[in-house]
Design a protein around this ligand. Structure first.
Ligand SMILES: [Zn+2]
Length: 435
């Protein structure tokens, strides 16, 4: 009897570590996308004691100035981030794929030729929550939830009481998402803690209607708060292998910071120099970054709060947290915009990775937007796409895993949206007499 007990005990001891191991080895990844975020604006703010969570991200994790690509069009780059592939491969090469005869047809997920990481994970039985990611409408039918960017477009279109039911998968989430809609602009503004930049512009004697992006400031406020709310709701309701949440704001606001810089002489000097010499004097650049950072502080402070919240959640779950932008901003001949002349390199974005086995305070030397998808697959210990254009960021981690590769294909699905869109297009072309 005693012998039997001993055998049982030995057996239990032998198996225990394995049980423990499998349990703790559930790998979770949280991705926060901050469109257009740039260390050049974050760093001066951290130096002044702001943005404690960005600071902690850099101290507790590995980070990089993320190389981007041209054109710096968000729809294109976020698809590259999700697929690990060039735009020639994934097929999303602009905002719209028809821009002729007054017809504009935006790219949809149907035109994406390559699988996104959440589709690859789905193939391996893993669940994902994907919220507000560019070009995700119609949503992929995966295990988990996809709140496509069509939701955001709906807020933008200001038809505040209707949401496209098919913009969410599975559709049963529709009523919950509807509840996340924000209607009170003033309230959203004060909750986020940012000024009404339109009023600021007027106070400074400028005309906000001159800049279309500032003109739509109100909808952007509602949209970003809505996105934050959806993130909270989805987080509360499920436990996903991958949780990816995208915010558009730093990109939008950086476009018009120049308008709010008090030192007009500095702006003039910088613009003249960049137009003439195609580069900026480091001193001028530093001053300009500081001025921009001052204008951007409320926006980054809000993102810092969101970052802190998800950082805590990642730590509690032992998850990896990846924070990134698709590109940053450098002053060009026409200010901060996406039309880059040939001599300008795509402005560097941000990357921060935290989690088990990630080097602390380590600057990754060579990271690009192509490397995110392979790195995520590497973290899950899954084969990377053989034809992905990036590499896993191995030097960010203290551990090393075996590198495996295979080819991934996009699961074919022809949904009714495709048919509807085609029919609509044909009808429009017909009505205009082209066919
Ligand atoms: Zn962007």
């Amino acid at each position: 009897m005693r012998k039997l007990l001993l055998i049982l005990l030995a057996g239990a001891l032998l198996f225990l570590p394995f049980c423990g191991k499998t349990k703790s080895e559930k790998i979770r990844v949280i991705i926060l996308g901050f469109d257009g975020a740039d260390w050049d604006f974050i760093e001066p703010l951290m130096a002044r004691g702001y943005l404690p969570n960005f600071k902690r991200l850099r101290q507790q994790g590995a980070w990089a100035r993320l190389r981007s690509m041209k054109p710096t069009l968000s729809a294109v780059i976020w698809t590259t981030i999700a697929t690990g592939k060039t735009m020639e491969k994934h097929g999303i090469i602009d905002w719209v794929y028809v821009k002729k005869h007054g017809i504009k047809i935006p790219y949809t997920a149907t035109e994406r030729r390559e699988p996104a990481i959440w589709e690859i994970l789905n193939e391996y039985g893993k669940t994902s929550a994907v919220i507000n990611w560019f070009v995700t409408f119609p949503p992929d039918h995966i295990k988990g939830i996809v709140v496509s960017n069509a939701m955001r477009d709906y807020v933008l279109s200001q038809r505040k009481n209707v949401l496209p039911r098919d913009a969410v998968y599975p559709p049963r989430y529709y009523p919950l998402i509807k509840k996340c809609m924000v209607r009170n602009y003033e309230e959203a503004l004060s909750e986020i803690g940012i000024p009404d930049y339109r009023n600021l512009a007027k106070e400074m004697g400028a005309d906000p209607s001159r800049l279309p992006i500032l003109n739509s400031f109100r909808v952007f406020v509602l949209m970003e708060k809505f996105t934050e709310n959806v993130g909270e709701m989805v987080w509360e309701r499920g436990d996903y292998d991958l949780f990816a949440l995208y915010f558009r704001w730093p990109d939008v606001i950086t476009h018009f910071t120049g308008m709010f810089i008090k030192d007009k002489e500095l702006v003039k000097k910088a613009l003249t120099q960049i137009r003439k010499e195609h580069k900026l004097d480091p001193e001028i650049r530093k001053k300009l970054d500081q001025e921009d950072a001052r204008v951007l502080l409320p926006v980054y402070r809000w993102l810092d709060g969101i970052l802190g919240r998800y950082m805590k959640r990642a730590e509690e779950k032992g998850a990896y947290l990846i924070v990134l932008s698709d590109h940053g901003f450098d002053l060009g001949p026409n200010g901060y915009n996406h039309e880059l002349p040939d001599w300008m390199a795509p402005p560097l974005g941000i990357l921060g990775i935290m989690g088990p086995g990630v080097k602390k305070g380590y600057e990754i030397k060579d990271a690009s937007v192509y490397d995110i998808a392979p790195t995520v697959l590497y973290l899950y210990n899954l084969p990377m796409g053989r034809d992905m254009d990036g590499k896993p960021l191995l030097d960010a981690f203290k551990f090393s895993r075996k590198l495996r590769y295979r080819k991934y294909y996009r699961r074919k699905f022809v949904k009714k949206h495709v048919k509807e869109l085609d029919e609509k297009t044909i009808k429009e072309l017909h009505s205009l007499g082209y066919i």
